[in-house]
Ligand binder design. Structure first.
Ligand code: GAP
Length: 508
């Protein structure tokens, strides 16, 4: 059912000019996608929402745009050359490659599902008096599942923390995990696979050296930290924000734009006094969740997931998860990265990256709290939560994207009832006035109903119809996407009506 929804979204995104497979005429490139004419607008609006709320609305956050290529030592210092790995395993029968951690996580997910089913069944049986917590702590079957879950989960977390690939393989064997394709347990050993793409810089092979396509934008911020702090006369606590492409050679790339090999991140590193990082970590968790829920996609679609296994740089980490068509999955990460990155860069570059704190009269390397969200994942969250198939009163059906109006690719479609009798000229006038304020299109082809459907399918919040009455009294019909209600309004009021709902200001 939910798989169906993802398939529908993928085909809708292609049919209506949001997302195409990359190099489509060559049958695409795995896990790489192109944003089309409507997709690029939606993506730009999401990015703009992030930038304005992070940079323009915060006195102590500034933005940068660092290069994708960085000095190769950056990635030695950050730990990515040695530790940016995923555990990989192949099934010898199907020849399919998997992430070993994903196989174990799926296994744990199935146990969780079984527990939830037991609880749901019992809730139906006992009705209002049902106490779920009590049931979970006493029911023998649930307890058995829970014990199994805890035992595997503890081993799994330890194996991941210790980078113990032999133990990962042992867990897969002990849990009798089979390949979803071949159904067999004929596995290779588990090996570490580095996710960074590398290439050569330099024209002749003798002076060429290996450089990497950045796997995260964060390091561009760390290496610029002192330049920005000094030239911007920034006082701690302060942040540096950046949006841009990142590249990862993902072992298993699937689920559309959820996991791509080339994607875009929107990251902010917040530099704080050591010892205050947990306070800021909590504050940023709360701030970021509010930012997401302001979009109106439904508060029930978000939840926090605190990490048990921490990345090599973090002393606390949580994901904001979103309910995608494939279930709750990571949308944004909030990480307390300690002083790990700056200290590493100090060591590898031989340059001091300290801050003089006038209040403490002391130098120190700041601690960092990071917020990191994938722009493409957010795009998928917005698209999947907005996609609706509706049955109308007259028995017909429509597909509509209930996009938050400020994010909609096109805000207004101006539709002359027919392209003659001066209606087209009047429509042009209105169009030329509106386009100075917001992105709008003009559509003259086909019956008006068909044109409404086309705009519904790309999520245009307003359609403005110009008819013969418009020529007499300078009024038009405005038709609202979500309710399909129509209203007669004065042309002079259009800019205000539309701006009121479509401006990003309404979200900030
Ligand atoms: N600087 C920290 C960092 O990069 P991460 O959890 O690896 O942390 C942050 O990535 C965010 O980037 C994720 O929450 C996700 O939204 C996005 N992201 C990561 N890998 C991705 C991929 N392969 N495709 C699309 N988005 C991805």
């Amino acid at each position: 059912m939910q798989d169906d929804l993802l398939k529908k979204i993928i085909s809708h995104a292609k049919e209506y000019g949001f997302i195409f497979p990359s190099s489509d005429i060559y049958d695409g490139l795995s896990a790489v996608y192109d944003y089309a004419q409507n997709g690029v607008e939606l993506k730009k609006n999401i990015r703009e929402y992030w930038w304005r709320s992070m940079v323009h609305m915060n006195d102590n956050i500034v933005g940068i745009d660092a290069a994708i290529f960085m000095h190769p030592t950056t990635w030695k210092a950050s730990g990515h050359v040695d530790a940016f790995n995923d555990p990989m395993i192949d099934n010898k029968d199907s020849k399919k490659r998997y992430r070993a951690d994903n196989l174990i996580e799926d296994y744990l997910g199935k146990i969780e599902d079984k527990i939830n089913k037991e609880v749901e069944k019992a809730a139906k049986r006992f009705g209002d008096s049902f106490d779920a917590a009590m049931y979970k702590s006493t029911n023998p079957r649930v307890l058995e599942y829970q014990q199994k879950y805890d035992a595997v989960n503890t081993r799994f977390n330890k194996a991941m923390n210790d980078n113990d690939m032999a133990e990962m393989k042992q867990i897969i064997e002990d849990c009798e995990i089979v390949c979803p394709l071949s159904g067999t347990r004929n596995w290779t050993e588990v090996r570490q696979f580095n996710l960074m793409f590398s290439t050569q810089v330099g024209s002749v092979s003798e002076d060429s050296s290996t450089i990497y396509l950045r796997p995260e934008t964060a390091q561009g911020i760390f290496v610029n930290y002192l330049n920005v702090q000094k030239t911007g006369r920034m006082k701690i606590p302060f942040g540096i924000a950046q949006t841009g492409k990142a590249f990862r050679n993902e072992i298993v790339a699937r689920q559309f734009i959820f996991r791509m090999r080339e994607f875009e991140q929107m990251e902010m590193q917040f530099f704080v006094r050591p010892g205050t990082e947990m306070e800021w970590y909590e504050k940023w968790k709360e701030t970021r969740l509010k930012w997401h829920t302001a979009l109106g996609l439904g508060e029930e679609n978000y939840r926090f997931h605190n990490h048990e296994k921490l990345a090599h740089y973090a002393n606390a980490a949580a994901d904001i998860e979103f309910k995608f068509p494939m279930g709750f999955k990571e949308l944004e990460g909030i990480h307390s990265r300690t002083d790990f990155d700056l200290k590493q860069h100090e060591q590898f570059s031989g340059k001091k990256l300290q801050y003089f704190d006038p209040e403490l009269n002391q130098n120190y390397v700041p601690y960092v709290v990071e917020t990191s969200v994938g722009l493409d994942r957010l795009f998928l969250a917005v698209l999947s939560a907005s996609y609706k198939e509706e049955k109308l009163e007259d028995g017909s059906e429509r597909v509509v994207l209930n996009l938050p109006a400020p994010l909609a690719p096109v805000k207004v479609a101006v539709l002359p009832l027919m392209p003659k009798d001066g209606l087209d000229i009047k429509a042009n006038e209105i169009f030329n006035t509106l386009r100075k304020h917001i992105y709008c299109v003009k559509d003259e082809k086909d019956a008006i109903g068909k044109r409404y459907r086309r705009q519904d399918a790309i999520g245009t919040p307003y359609c403005i119809t110009v008819d013969h009455q418009s020529l007499e009294d300078n009024t038009v019909t405005i038709r609202y996407r979500d309710t399909m209600a129509q209203e007669r309004v004065n042309v002079a009021d259009l800019v205000n009506i539309v701006n009121d709902k479509c401006s990003l200001n309404s979200l900030l």
